[in-house]
Design a protein around this ligand. Sequence first.
Ligand code: P5A
Length: 446
Amino acid sequence: MRLSRYFLPVLKETPSEATIASHRLMLRAGMIKQASAGIYSWLPLGYRVLRNIEQIVHEEQQRVGHIPMLMPTLQSADLWRESGRYDDYGQEMLRISDRHGRDMLYGPTNEELITDIFRSHVGSYKDLPLTLYHIQWKFRDEIRPRFGVMRGREFLMKDGYNFDLTREDALHAYNRHLVSYLRSYERMGLQAIPMRADGGPIGGDYTHEFLVLADTGESEVFYDSEITDLTFGDRDVDFDSVTACQAVLEEFTSRYARTDETHDPDLFAKIPQERQRAARGIEVGQIFYFGTKYSEALGASVSDSQGNKVPVHMGSHGIGVSRLLGAIIEASHDDKGIIWPEGVTPFACGIVNLKQGDDAADTACQSLYDSLAALGLEALYDDRKERAGAKFATMDLIGLPWRITVGPRGLKNGVVELTSRRTGESEELPPEAAVARIAQIYGKAS
Ligand code: P5A
């Protein structure tokens, strides 16, 4: 993408309504614009990152065999009356009536809708196990929408639902979700720690939240510092193996890690004092096992091998897709701007032309751009007639992890400059070597 033809409305001033770094930087980098309280338009740069996060979520869900679909945002109130949650959900639920006076709502979550689909189409244990998921907008009329996309009213969630014959099968689905979530967050450059939590309005008492540690996080958390040494890495887990998934769950949840709702000071006190941590975190996902809560209320049962009708065991599993942008920025920024992890960056690298209009510089930039494109890597080429300082400031603000700087002086010596946004370190090298390095970083053969 050529910057001169892009839509990147960066702000010079720091918006006064933004109190935390991620909100401030998303506004300044022209990623989002507030449409009304807690509701945002996704401008092109923000939209690219949102799509990248969605892509990782899709890949990791499908890797473990979960099936994508799409349910609507608007739901009929009738299903929620059947489950008993229509009144329970209170003022967080946005209630609407259509022209015929029928009660509708903008879905805050989809347990009812998916259970209705299941009961209409599945009747036998032979069709199990089944896990369906979608990535769709949700609405919760939060009393205090704040921190930009972190606590929105309209927000994008991946929500998945498992249907199983037995409690043991459903717990395997729970563990499988945990494993796939650990992988997903690591691909986004995040450490998200599973912590015992509370079921809240979704229900059930077996649930873990995934938390990214950050001083600006809204959740209060307590944990054993040893847990921060754990990484999932690129291990190959057999997702169909009950013991393999159970082993990962045990590894990542055996140490003390709880949100304030489930915190137990006596248990916490048993951790050696130097490892006790009380901190804050951002909840980027939550998994639930709630048994037959919805299947019994809505009559979702299957016949088992003896021909008896039994309610299915269920769980639901959410990832805060739009919130993740805020969480990633909170975890990765400096005073100049955002520092995107390679896994989610909106462009693979920036190309800064120090002398737009100079034949050699223009040709070299175009050639770098084309070589990267041929490898499937999109660069953002700053081809504007701007001062070098202004170009660098924009690149630093929007946080592309790598920048190639091209100028007539370097080209005379056959080199361009490759700079890491994270370390600030630069290296001079021939243009082809810069392309090869970027290709290697993104795992593309050059
Ligand atoms: C699990 C999937 C559920 O709703 N039902 C379907 C279950 N869980 S949850 O924990 O309530 O939400 C899942 C994730 O969505 C994000 N989230 C939000 N993101 C932005 N703004 C909000 N107001 C908001 N509320 C929830 C969180 O990341 C949460 O873990």
